[in-house]
Design a protein around this ligand. Structure first.
Ligand code: NDP
Length: 246
């Protein structure tokens, strides 16, 4: 029996990077995984790969800015696998620029995906967790929220909003039925910075990622570690970064 054989885990942002690596890692350890994101072609490839390797996986087109999409993702897990043990709220976007650029559309987009998206997941999963008598929220926040750097003000703000949200949820739920975990990665080699609009800034980030970013598999292993603890043990925070990151 693998360590996660009894777990059903839904993951947002599972079409690439950390979410995709997490789906594959958890499935390899025996979990049933339900993958959500907008790029269904990428989800289908990962689901097929997991199934080929003997794992259990389902997928659903999911835009986390739509509350109903999260409800449908949670419902799919319950329908196919009988329950939902963990929701990994991982979908996220990073748009970096000095605040004075007043890139308000990017601010709104980050708040919608990174904050509202996680709240939609909580709204969808918490009633199921309450009915079951157990549940676990894991979110991907960031070292950007711990060490503030120029051009990342709003991105870092969204990540710290989510960190705060999970800590408050933890304090409100001390009856032993709910676990919360915030994962704070540093630079991880993914597509995240490919969408930074300023070409010079984008090139700088891409260079940093390529030079010393860690593999998304490392974050996936950290998430697996938090999930596979016994039910009376909560891993509240994990920070992991490249050893060369300042
Ligand atoms: P990727 O760009 O590879 O992954 C981002 C994921 O989020 C994709 O699967 C994307 O799927 C999904 N996503 C974006 N918008 C939406 C939306 N509206 N609805 C549903 N899914 C959405 O980057 P990472 O893997 O790096 O990012 C994963 C998380 O890790 C993010 O929250 C990010 O902030 C965080 N993080 C990343 C770090 C890094 O250095 N890479 C460091 C610290 C934190 P699709 O476009 O198909 O919908």
């Amino acid at each position: 029996m693998s360590t996660l054989d009894t777990k059903v885990v839904a993951i947002t942002g599972a079409s690439s990077g950390i979410g995709e690596a997490t789906a594959r890692e958890l499935a390899a350890r025996g979990a049933a995984v339900v993958l959500g994101a907008r790029r269904t072609d990428r989800l289908a490839t990962t689901v097929a790969r997991i199934r080929d390797e003997g794992g259990r996986a389902e997928m659903l087109e999911t835009d986390v800015t739509e509350r109903g999409d999260l409800e449908a993702l949670v419902a799919l897990a319950v329908d196919r696998f009988g329950r939902l043990d963990v929701l990994v709220g991982n979908a996220g976007i990073a748009r970096t620029a000095p605040v004075a650029d007043l890139d308000v559309d990017s601010w709104d987009a980050m708040i919608d995906v990174n904050v509202r998206g996680v709240l939609h997941g909580i709204a969808a999963a918490l009633p199921v967790f309450r009915d079951q008598g157990h549940g676990h929220f894991v979110t991907t926040v960031s070292t950007s929220g711990l060490k503030i750097v120029p051009t990342q003000a709003v991105y870092a703000g969204t990540k710290n909003a989510v960190r705060t949200l999970l800590e408050a949820l933890r304090q409100e739920s001390t009856d032993g039925t709910l676990r919360t975990t915030s994962i704070s990665p540093g630079f991880v080699q993914t597509e995240l910075v490919d969408y930074v609009e300023d070409p010079e800034l984008r090139a700088q980030y891409q260079d940093t990622m390529a030079t010393f970013g860690i593999s998304p598999d490392a974050v996936a292993r950290a998430i697996a570690f938090a999930i596979e603890q016994p039910g009376d043990v909560e891993i509240g925070d994990i920070t992991l970064r490249p050893t060369r990151q300042n």
